[in-house]
Design a protein around this ligand. Structure first.
Ligand SMILES: [Zn+2]
Length: 682
């Protein structure tokens, strides 16, 4: 244990703390990093870390592109060593609260003055011309556990956060209203929160210090070569953050009201797995609080003040992060003009009162069946940033440069793509607006947004598979969707655009595969449903669309007919093989939203990109100079060769960064698992 650290930590509460801890710059333009410590008064570690970094900068005088500004948060509460005096300063950044603070007038609580003082330091600096502004908010927890990072899920937040090598938790701002990071994140700034460890653990200061150096380098303010200690800081974070999953999403917040008498049972730590129904806490009056679902426990409350009893999170797999990155990048075309938040052309952000904002939400969080507490989404709007679309491989500085014209063109070309919004009603997810109007020219009858199907998919498709049991609980809704499909007759279908028909048939196929499994659940494999030894499930006429029988005989359709007589030959697009799902482990995963005509091209691109990049299905082994491909590429080689000359060329087209080597690689095909792609029961 570092004794100097220990003594400053102990000394902290008794010393009055200045608002501006310090700043540093070499007078060069670049990125502004605003670091905050002690937004909660019992969490002074960030302040000590910022002071250490500032002292080093003053001593070493490295050249900085941009500027660092370090601020103390709740100075009054810091002096008392408690979380807050009257109100939690980190829950006062809703639009209304910030407006109140900006208006002249008496303070309604002690924290209002703190907030006003912070605004007075921050706002004038935001008006200067920075290539980017990054907020880093340093906190600590009352429970034991490794440090971690909390971000709203934008691509630019993610990219910086992932570089810290600490576990990254996505979705705090949807779960907690009125945080400072939420406020500045909404304005388009990078906003990273770090929980450095337990409040009184000296290592918490070390972690924060290493985080700050890493951010300064990653965001391009400093160069590694100027920092002899940098490798040590990187190693420190890597060690400290090892263990928990790399990325988690927040699923649940247990809200605590003042006077609840909430008491966490002793002994719980951050990242501890908990089971559904497991007793986690008690409250006054003998009330028992249970975890409403299985997950990873985060930030259990072991202190007197605070409105968050505990959070539950869940691991996000790399595949879904990748897919959501792709989808969000593709959507840039329609999001270059922010819908909310910072309006670049002097247009003030506007949001209709009383109407929930349209939100762009990450796929990762969209997938799971999650319910947020009522009102959790209120007052949140998000904008996708043009800069956020930069490719993963780009250096951090690229984040800050404007989109290059080619990328811009590509983004605009993806025009059919839509806006990722969700109804804010349940606070989560995702890719399509819940109510998406069909084009006016389309037949009025059919809902081309396939909204019912999207609603079901959002609820029951998970990163680890399909929750067939959950689908089984939604039979009435499922029936309504199937009835919509069934009501389509030939004249109606023939009046549709190609994209509307293509999307329709993909959804028909997927919905009937899922329904087939649901009706026979539990089953080990779809192949078990063929009936006799020689029966093949693909040939069973289970899809009641006799009017659309391609042979005109008025018979029900089989899945095989839809795939091999409609989807493949009529639409001639091999991406369909990543879009239809055969209920098996080796299939490309089911997209957690319906395919829709107006975004079909982007959706097909995204699922094929994700499929090719998914190492559990296609392994691109550069060192071994071999691509281990899914059997799908073998079975339907003719489709891929039609679209790209060769299977290799096709894979090259959809492979992640720098795939040129694939042209000369050996091709091997992997075994195909027909095991049911059932979401693991947790
Ligand atoms: Zn805090």
């Amino acid at each position: 244990m570092n004794e100097t650290v220990q003594s400053t930590l102990e000394a902290a509460p008794t010393k009055p703390i200045e608002r501006v801890l310090g700043s540093y710059s070499s007078g060069r333009s670049g990125v502004l990093v605003v670091v905050l410590g002690g937004l909660h008064g019992n969490e002074p570690a960030g302040i000590h870390a910022a002071r250490r970094v500032l002292a080093t900068l003053e001593r070493e005088q490295p050249e900085m592109r941009g500027a660092l500004l370090a601020l103390a948060g709740n100075t009054a509460a810091l002096a008392q060593g408690q979380r807050f005096i009257d109100r939690d300063l980190n829950r006062m950044w809703s639009e209304d609260d910030v407006r109140i603070a900006r208006e002249a007038g008496g303070d309604d609580c002690r924290e209002r003055g703190e907030q006003r003082a912070l605004l007075a330091e921050i706002e004038p600096r935001l008006a200067q011309s920075w290539s980017q502004v990054l907020f880093l908010d340093l906190h600590s927890t009352s429970a034991e556990g490794p440090p971690f990072c909390l971000v709203g899920d934008t691509l630019q937040n993610r990219r910086i956060a992932l570089r810290l090598k600490l576990p990254v938790i996505l979705g705090l701002e949807e779960n907690v209203e009125g945080t400072l990071l939420g406020h500045y994140g909404e304005q388009g700034h990078v906003a990273i929160g770090v929980e450095g460890g337990r409040h009184d653990d000296p290592r918490t200061i070390d972690h924060h210090e290493s985080v700050l150096w890493t951010v300064l380098v990653t965001a391009g303010l400093l160069v590694e070569a100027d920092l002899p200690e940098y490798a040590r800081h990187r190693a420190r974070l890597e060690t400290a953050g090892a263990g928990p999953p790399a990325v988690l999403e927040l699923l649940h917040r247990h809200a605590v009201e003042p006077g609840d008498g909430f008491r966490m049972e002793p002994g719980f730590v951050n990242f501890q797995p908990v089971e559904h129904g497991e007793l986690r806490a008690g409250a006054d009056g003998g009330q028992r609080i249970e975890a409403p679902r299985a997950g990873v426990l985060l930030m259990p409350l072991y202190q007197g003040q605070g409105q968050d009893g505990f959070f539950l999170g869940r691991r996000v797999r790399p595949f879904w992060l990748h897919l959501s990155t792709l989808l969000r990048r593709l959507r840039l075309g329609t999001r270059l003009q922010p819908a909310a938040g910072r309006a670049p052309r002097g247009r003030p952000p506007r949001r209709a009162r009383g109407r929930p904002p349209r939100r762009a939400l990450p796929l990762a969080r969209a997938l799971p069946p999650v319910r947020l507490p009522q009102g959790a989404s209120r007052g949140r709007a998000r904008l996708l940033h043009a800069q956020g679309g930069a490719a993963e491989a780009m250096s951090p500085m690229c984040l800050m440069s404007p989109m290059n014209p080619r990328r811009l063109a590509a983004a605009s070309l993806a025009a059919a793509l839509t806006i990722a919004c969700s109804s804010a009603s349940d606070g989560l997810r995702v890719l399509v607006p819940t109510v998406e109007r069909a084009p006016e020219t389309a037949t009025a009858g059919f809902d081309h947004s396939h909204a019912r199907w999207t609603a079901l998919l959002r609820e029951h498709v998970r990163p680890d598979g399909i929750d067939y049991r959950g689908f089984g609980k939604d039979i009435p809704a499922f029936d309504r969707y199937l009835a919509e499909l069934q009501a389509v007759d030939r004249p109606e279908l023939e009046g549709w655009t190609r994209e509307q028909r293509f999307a329709f048939w993909i959804n028909v196929y997927n919905a009937h595969v899922v329904r087939l499994i649901v009706d026979h659940y539990p089953v080990a494999s779809i192949k078990d449903l063929g009936g006799t030894v020689f029966g093949r499930i693909w040939d069973k006429k289970i899809v009641p669309l006799p009017d659309l029988d391609p042979e005109g005989k008025g018979a029900n359709l089989s899945l095989g007919t839809i795939e091999h007589e409609i989807l493949r030959p009529r639409f001639k697009d091999a991406r369909v093989h990543a879009a239809i799902n055969c209920a098996s482990v080796s299939c490309p995963p089911l997209l957690p939203e319906a395919f829709v005509a107006e975004r079909l091209d982007a959706q097909l691109d995204a699922v094929m990109h994700a499929f090719v990049a998914d190492p559990t299905r296609n392994r691109l082994d550069r060192e071994g100079h071999t691509i281990h491909l899914s059997k799908i590429f073998d079975w339907f080689a003719s489709d891929f060769e039609r679209d790209a000359e060769s299977v290799r060329a096709y894979v090259t087209k959809y492979a992640p960064a720098d795939p040129k080597w694939i042209a000369g690689a050996k091709v091997k095909y992997r075994d195909y698992s027909w095991k049911l792609n059932d979401a693991a029961e947790k």
